[in-house]
Design a protein around this ligand. Structure first.
Ligand code: SAH
Length: 452
């Protein structure tokens, strides 16, 4: 048994799926963040969780050659970045090795390719969610959530955000002080402003501000909006979102446009998109283009294919390849995203694409029952991955190729084990670093049916 505040020493055995370095003190498992495998470390025990003891890193006695000084003052506390202690090469090696281990453990014989990385791996996020609180002196602070908690860690500048967005957040804090807008306090369930969500159009430079408030009326709304617009002409729309529920989900159902069109526009892979506050849009513009192009190249399309783009969001993948195939059908559960997708097809004059608002699994089941066939199925599910209903209908449909794109290789590998049982296997796994400095990575695999 280890005690709180006890200093322990050890050799990092491996990094777990959440990015924690793991070592053992006798039989006790210690988890420590921001370390490399094989490093010799000293750490202070903080608390016990189910998986083991969480400890704070206090010293690294034998440093990995890829270790660098983290370029952010709140790295230790903030839950957004995990890998600022690694240089670029160490980060890509780390991500690649995690994928190799994952495939090996799952007995999937995939060649894991070198990760496609970003040259400038900072300021890439085009969506930001900020929370607010008051400090001891009752001054308002903006910040992010601490990892595994609801505590806000105040910040000024974030290495992942476009700089202008942090300037907007700073101005919002000063307007809150001036107009006496109270930050929402989760435990007491009082206060007005719960979160601010910003979307930044990388290509257009336009910005959307979503103010998530805890009641239907927003006092001082006009002054707030006018002051913000005056200072930042790049803000092209401001939306009020009402969320009065006791939930960690950021956005509520009710929205009201306070200024502009209520959505933002951006260009991706040469096509124009409209994106509403609740629609999913890939958060790294540059790397999304790399991801989509990689997928399109893997497919070697002939022009005759009927393609299903499952979990299609606002239709970006399907739209990017529509000119190379016969027909695309996109399926997506989020109504707002489907509405955006339909408009996006019109704006870009893409005529051979159609969108359906449905649960992807329910759609697949119905499509299979009416014996609909697709040559290519692209699937890009959320972090939780797909499910048996979807996958069993998929294998019964017998597409020539399945392109599986994922933001969570753990669930992707799980689903690919299922597909392998029905003869769908791939040769390679390509990682695309959509989330530099964090321990996340996007992966893409092309599967086809091998003769058994
Ligand atoms: N392919 C898109 C979106 C990927 S994110 C892109 O590249 O931008 C995953 C998407 O799956 C989200 O838009 C989410 O709303 C959607 N989704 C989540 N669960 C779903 C379900 N059960 N059926 C259909 N779509 C779902």
């Amino acid at each position: 048994m280890l005690k709180e505040k006890q200093i322990v020493k050890g050799n990092i055995q491996f990094i777990d799926e959440d990015g924690n370095g793991v070592f053992y003190v006798g039989k006790d498992k210690v988890l420590v963040r921001h370390v490399f495998e094989k490093e010799q470390v000293q750490a202070r025990i903080q608390k016990r969780i189910q998986k083991g003891y969480v400890a704070e890193l206090i010293r690294v006695d034998q440093k990995h050659p890829g270790r660098i000084k983290p370029a952010c003052p709140i790295f230790e506390k903030c839950g957004s970045c995990h890998l600022l202690h690694m240089d670029a090469k160490a980060q890509s090696d780390f991500k690649k090795n995690q994928l190799i281990k994952l495939c090996k453990d799952a007995k999937l014989p995939l060649q894991v390719k070198d990760i496609l990385t970003m040259e400038e791996p900072y300021h890439y996020r085009n969506k930001m969610i900020i929370g607010f609180q008051k400090d001891r002196n009752r001054h308002i602070q903006a910040g992010f959530y601490e990892e595994f908690s609801h505590k806000i860690i105040p910040y000024k500048r974030c290495l992942l955000h476009p700089e202008i967005c942090d300037e907007i957040v700073e101005e919002i804090v000063s307007l809150m002080e001036k107009l006496r807008i109270e930050p929402y306090e989760e435990d007491k369930r009082r206060g007005l402003l719960r979160h601010v969500l910003l979307r930044y159009g990388k290509q257009s430079g336009k910005i959307m501000v979503v103010l998530v408030i805890n009641q239907n009326v927003f006092p001082a709304r006009k002054n707030f909006v006018n002051a913000l617009l005056h200072k930042f002409p790049n803000i092209t729309t401001i939306v009020q979102n009402v969320n009065t529920r006791k939930t960690s989900v950021v956005l509520g159902d009710q929205e009201r446009v306070l200024y502009g069109k209520g959505y933002i526009e951006d260009t991706l892979c040469g096509l124009k998109y409209r994106i509403s506050s609740k629609s999913f849009y890939q958060i790294n513009h540059e790397q999304t283009q790399v991801l989509y192009q990689t997928g399109i190249d893997m497919l070697e399309l002939t022009g005759n294919e009927k393609v299903l783009d499952a979990y299609c969001g606002i239709g970006t993948i399907g739209m990017s390849m529509a000119h190379k195939v016969k027909q695309v059908i996109g399926v997506e559960i989020n109504k707002d995203a489907v509405n955006d997708a339909i408009v996006n097809a019109k704006i870009n004059d893409v005529k051979n694409i159609r969108f359906i608002c449905d649960d992807a699994s329910a759609y697949m089941k119905k499509a299979q029952q009416r014996k609909e066939r697709f040559d290519v199925v692209i699937m890009d599910p959320p972090r939780s991955g797909s499910n048996e209903q979807f996958l069993s209908a998929l294998v019964n449909m017998k597409p020539k190729q399945i392109l599986y794109i994922s933001c969570n290789p753990i669930t992707q590998v799980r689903d690919m084990q299922y597909l392998k049982r029905f003869g769908y296997v791939g040769d390679a796994m390509q990682g695309v670093d959509m989330f530099p400095n964090t321990n996340h990575v996007e992966t893409i695999c092309l599967l086809s049916k091998k003769a058994q």
